[in-house]
Design a protein around this ligand. Structure first.
Ligand SMILES: [Cu+2]
Length: 137
């Protein structure tokens, strides 16, 4: 007969291991995807160039971060990111967040003169995935 105790212990430990599950709140704020998308398009119509400090709603999709905006050094921004077409992710400053439709994740940045910040998608999403970066200078 097989000793079930080591197997049971393994299963219990595996279920308790925190790395297996991502807490719900790490997935971002729940939003109405259509309304958020409309907000992004309205914003993109207003600011294609220098974005004023504050919130910037953005869509993450194959294979871009939209809209492309220019940030001003010394100003604080809160990028609100929602995946539009499938699951993506954003990696910035050593942190990674999963992005999915209907959920918004916030990234706060205050670029300094000469800074180079790169946001990139770390979730393979297709052939153009490698191009999927947002550079902030
Ligand atoms: Cu990707």
């Amino acid at each position: 007969m097989i000793n079930a105790l080591p197997i049971a212990a393994f299963v219990v430990l595996a279920l308790l291991w925190p790395g297996w599950r991502q807490p719900e709140d790490d997935l971002g704020e729940v939003v109405e995807a259509t309304a958020f998308t409309a907000r992004v398009h309205a914003y993109a119509g207003l600011y294609s160039e220098d974005a004023p400090a504050g919130e910037i709603p953005m869509l993450v999709r194959r294979f871009e971060f939209y809209p492309a905006v220019r940030l001003q050094a010394g100003q604080s921004y809160r990028l609100l990111l929602m995946a539009e077409d499938s699951v993506h992710s954003v990696a910035v400053n050593g942190h990674e967040m999963l992005l999915m439709p209907g959920r918004v994740q916030a990234v706060e940045i205050t670029p300094q003169p000469g800074d180079e910040v790169e946001l990139r998608c770390n979730e393979y999403c297709g052939l153009g995935h490698n191009r999927m970066r947002l550079k902030v200078y």
